[in-house]
Design a protein around this ligand. Structure first.
Ligand code: SF4
Ligand code: SF4
Length: 222
């Protein structure tokens, strides 16, 4: 899922300094699962903005709501029910949701309440770790299911840099050297020939280095 963290309240209050009527909009997707922008967080943020504006001597009228998703026109259109009742939208969705609202509602001001950080999974209570960078050309079949793009600090594609100590990454000692882990897994499955293979020079355009990406599924489009 997409992982996000709420921005500091002061930053959000500063964004809405000129607005009185504020629609705080959560999302029931990934940000709800990682407790950054679901119903509970919307309620809390409404209170925090109200307090922050009060402290700054500013008036505020907060409306809180949560859409099923903010990355789908069908749900973003539900904002119509609050039309004329807000000056700005503060979106608690990931950056995709904020972009979607900006794309679909040219007359609405929309601000982000969260920092979108990475694609990851739960690594314990209140902890999430990055697992995939959405590079568009997956190599996990060659690396024992462990991602060298997202999980090696140098995104090395042909084995370790040689700097790891005790199986930990030389850049971030709190995480495993993922190439050590890849080596261990492939050895366990007797797939060492995958380790010996030299990965060809990679075309990073699929990772977004060639501009914004688009996925078109002919079998699904009308
Ligand atoms: S190789 Fe690319 S698509 Fe596969 S997990 Fe890593 S970043 Fe994601
Ligand atoms: S120590 Fe391992 S994970 Fe860290 S940068 Fe080097 S190869 Fe990548």
């Amino acid at each position: 899922m997409i992982i996000a963290e709420r921005k500091p309240v002061n930053e959000i209050v500063e964004m809405v300094r000129d607005a009185t009527r504020i629609l705080v909009l959560g999302c029931r997707g990934c940000v709800s699962v990682c407790s950054a922008g679901g119903e509970r967080e919307v309620e809390l943020l409404c209170s925090l903005i109200r307090l922050g504006k009060q402290k700054a001597g500013q008036k505020s009228e907060l409306t809180g709501a949560t859409l099923v998703r903010q990355c789908d026109k069908e749900y973003v259109d539900e904002i119509d029910q609050w039309q004329g009742k807000y000056d700005v939208i503060v979106s608690m969705a990931c950056g995709v949701g904020v972009n979607f609202i900006a794309n679909l509602r040219p007359l609405d001001k929309v601000y982000p309440a969260v920092n979108t950080t990475f694609f990851g999974g739960s690594a314990g209570q209140g902890v999430w770790s990055e697992q995939c960078a959405g590079c568009g050309d997956c190599v996990l079949h060659l690396t024992g299911g462990l991602c060298p793009v997202a999980r090696c600090a140098k995104s090395l594609m042909n084995g370790p840099c040689g700097g790891s100590v005790g199986g930990r990454c030389e850049i971030h000692s709190e995480v495993l050297c993922i190439w050590q882990a890849i080596h261990d897994r492939l050895s366990r499955f007797a797939c060492q020939e995958d380790l010996a293979r030299i990965a060809p020079i990679r075309d990073w355009r699929s990772a977004g280095h060639g501009g914004p990406r688009k996925s078109v599924r002919g079998d699904l489009s009308l």
